[in-house]
Write a protein that binds this ligand. Structure first.
Ligand code: FAD
Ligand code: DHB
Length: 401
């Protein structure tokens, strides 16, 4: 069998890339290892940058976003019970939109089904078999097992690894062609979804002596909240009562009430920073989490995946119009933007989390005071707020040429 572009992975990156290529008249097939219910059920990110929203609008993929997304003009930064608003709209003229990744994936899958796209769930044992041009021809190929058990060989021009952090595409790069830069953290996030109206208009990011806490939302009736916990903690240790008590302590300020409600989902999410040295080898290109991971503070994971897709889709379109410059420059341009995003995500993370195992108790105490100084600086300096707002609302997506 044959297609122009084979996309491995039906996360937001793979699903979106398929739509953009399809609209440009480029043939594609998306191969997803998991079943549809699993893909639709995954709860993850929640904030879209302005450029992500604009991109979805440009390709007519924003009907559900327009109906259910919540435009936000800023965030609250909080320390020691003091809450400060940072107004992105006023500082930069840009806004962000709270819209769950789950809703986005739902909409992108529904649109693929409406269009009759080649979106194959339960495509297992996907294996790129040819990723370099050979003297016999300029094509790539891969093999996969279809849901009916048939082993299929798919020839294509390009293979796109949109298969996330645990995917196989990154591991297909020949030895010595890809290095990894990585950092692990000595804390994790416990995330909950609760059936209760948000107690805040904008998201709250709080540093407290007990650890970081955040109040986000999914709709006018569903709240999303996070707590810093130890990475080796077990969710079984966290009863609903204990979670609400910790949130009340860490988010509390005078004259404000956090309304509690039934918790419908809770889990502990690991945290890492990770970037590959290149997103391209031969006819194989990586997008999204397959090539880079950020700690979640600042909501950059999903937006980085969308930024990669915007760049690569444009480069692929240019290729089919006879210009390969975009494909040649894709990896460098995407990684250039990504390292700036890595810096911002780590900066937000370091500022807002208690550093428990950084060294001695004295070091920890010093760091906490230093972080309070940092937050007081950010919340009192116009220049610092413009910098935060510019990065949170999103660095511009780069051009493929
Ligand atoms: P993914 O969404 O991981 O999609 C990859 C797809 O490839 C999956 O569907 C997978 O099943 C499929 N796949 C994997 N291997 C194969 C294979 N061998 N063959 C075929 N298919 C394969 N970001 C934020 O900004 N804020 C958050 O709060 C936040 N929370 C998160 C919570 C969790 C638990 C995780 C894991 C991530 C979170 N992120 C968050 C990050 C954000 O969700 C990701 O950056 C985003 O999902 C990246 O999209 P993607 O399409 O690149 O990868
Ligand atoms: C959400 C997640 C984040 O990592 C973040 O910085 C803001 C919001 C969320 O899930 O809503």
């Amino acid at each position: 069998q044959s297609t122009q572009v084979a996309i491995i992975g039906a996360g937001p990156a793979g699903l979106l890339l398929g739509h953009i290529l399809g609209q440009a008249g480029i043939d594609y097939r998306i191969l997803e290892a998991r079943d549809k219910a699993y893909v639709l059920g995954r709860i993850r990110a929640g904030v879209l940058e302005q450029d992500s929203v604009d991109l979805l609008a440009k390709f007519g993929l924003d009907a559900d976003l327009k109906a259910n997304g919540l435009t936000h003009h800023g965030i609250y930064l909080q320390h020691e019970g003091e809450r400060h608003h940072i107004d992105f709209a006023e500082l930069t003229g840009r806004t962000v939109t709270v819209y769950g990744q789950q809703a986005l994936v739902h909409h992108l899958v529904a649109e693929h089904e409406r269009l009759g796209s080649q979106l194959i769930f339960e495509a297992t044992d996907v294996q790129p078999t040819q990723i370099e041009s050979t003297h016999d021809g300029d094509r790539a190929s891969l093999a996969y097992t279809a849901p009916n058990g048939e082993r299929i060989t798919l020839d294509c021009d390009y293979i796109i690894g949109a298969d996330g952090y645990h995917g196989i595409c990154r591991r297909t790069f020949p030895e010595g062609t890809l290095d990894v830069a990585e950092r692990v953290y000595d804390f994790a996030w416990l995330g909950i979804l609760a059936d209760v109206a948000p107690s805040t208009d904008d998201l709250i990011y709080a540093l407290h002596r007990d650890g970081f806490a955040m109040h986000s939302m999914r709709s006018s009736t569903v709240s999303r909240l996070y707590l810093q916990v130890s990475p080796d903690d077990d969710i079984a240790n966290w009863s609903d009562e204990r979670i609400w008590a910790a949130l009340q302590t860490r988010l509390g300020t005078e004259g404000w009430t956090l309304t509690e409600g039934p918790i419908t989902e809770k889990s502990i999410l690991p945290m890492r920073s990770f970037v590959v040295s290149t997103l391209n080898y031969g006819r194989l290109y990586l997008v999204g989490d397959a090539g880079h991971i950020v700690p979640p503070t600042g909501a950059k994971g999903l937006n980085s995946a969308i930024a990669d897709v915007a760049l690569l889709a444009e480069a692929l379109q240019a290729h089919y119009a006879g210009d390969d410059t975009g494909l040649e420059q894709y990896s460098d341009k995407a990684l250039d933007r990504q390292w700036k995003v890595q810096h911002f995500s780590q900066w937000m993370t370091d500022m807002l989390h208690v550093h428990p195992a950084d060294g001695s108790a004295e070091q920890s105490a010093f760091d906490f005071q230093r972080q309070l100084g940092q937050i007081r600086y950010v919340t009192s300096s116009h220049a610092a707020q413009v910098s935060l707002a510019e990065q949170y609302a999103g660095l511009p997506f780069v051009d493929a040429r």
